[in-house]
Design a protein around this ligand. Structure first.
Ligand SMILES: Nc1ncnc2c1ncn2[C@@H]1O[C@H](COP(=O)(O)OP(=O)(O)OP(=O)(O)O)[C@@H](O)[C@H]1O
Ligand SMILES: [Mg+2]
Length: 235
């Protein structure tokens, strides 16, 4: 069985959709469409009767909902019916960093704290699709690079046990510099937005998708009033 992403034209590139209950990375530079991709994925779930959770670690969900309501998804309707929940875990991070100078003093890290909250919502609200925006803040929670890597590995492991299909949005812009999350995830999708001559070009690329026949080419995409649209044309 495959989970349809709801991104027009994209599921055809990955044998009909995502393998359920796995963790995926959606990476790209600023404005490349990561949050839009995440919201469209949740809209598709809501349309199919699956409840979704959007965890915001950076931005106030209110402004995100406002921005995403400019698309023709009918997002507000789903937030009102509770089919899509937006949770702000940003203030939590601020409290955490102010209060906890030394992680050892409270016995758990920021990423663990975030996971605990996510896990409680997923279980009590029967969440089937999860989006975490974004991984950057989770890394700030731990000190040294090695500790960060251990923390991210633990976070992924916990998510995999949660049995919910998860997209983790990632700000990665240096395409030659892979991070542990790219290895730990079940699939990695890159959103590109680059200058070609005088024009900016948007493209989508599946870097990896375990258990799925796909190619690694870049496909033309657009962000329209209906959200992200992927074309069968290679860039
Ligand atoms: N209603 C709309 N119709 C068409 N395009 C839109 C609309 N709203 C936003 N966009 C386009 O989508 C882009 C923003 O996409 P999105 O916020 O998903 O990117 P992002 O990768 O999450 O960015 P960031 O790294 O800043 O979080 C805007 O820069 C704009 O080009
Ligand atoms: Mg965003």
């Amino acid at each position: 069985m495959r989970i349809r992403t709801g991104i027009s034209g994209f599921d055809d590139l990955i044998q009909g959709g995502l393998v359920p209950n796995r963790v995926y990375i959606v990476a790209g530079p600023p404005g490349s469409g990561k949050s839009t991709f995440g919201v469209q994925f949740l809209i598709q779930g809501a349309r199919e009767g699956e409840r979704g959770l959007f965890v915001s670690l950076t931005e106030d969900p209110k402004s995100l909902i406002e921005d995403m309501s400019t698309f023709n998804f009918g997002l507000r309707r789903y937030t009102v019916t509770g089919m899509i929940l937006f949770v702000d875990m940003g203030p939590l991070s601020i409290q955490y960093f102010q209060a906890v100078k030394d992680v050892r003093s409270i016995g758990h890290t920021y990423a663990q704290e975030v996971f605990k909250k996510i896990s409680a919502i997923v279980k009590t609200r029967n969440i089937k699709r999860l989006v975490i925006d974004s991984i950057l803040t989770l890394k700030f929670g731990s000190g040294e690079r090695e500790e960060q890597n251990r923390e991210i590995a633990r976070f992924f492991r916990s998510l995999k046990d949660l049995k919910v299909t998860t997209l983790i949005l990632s700000e990665m812009t240096d395409l030659s510099n892979y991070s542990p999350e790219h290895y730990l995830s079940h699939g990695v999708i890159f959103l590109h937005n680059f200058l070609n001559g005088h024009n900016m070009v948007r493209a989508i690329q599946v870097i990896k998708m375990r258990g799925t026949k796909h190619n690694c080419d870049m496909y033309k995409m657009d962000i329209t009033a209906d959200g992200i649209r992927v074309y069968p044309t290679k860039v």
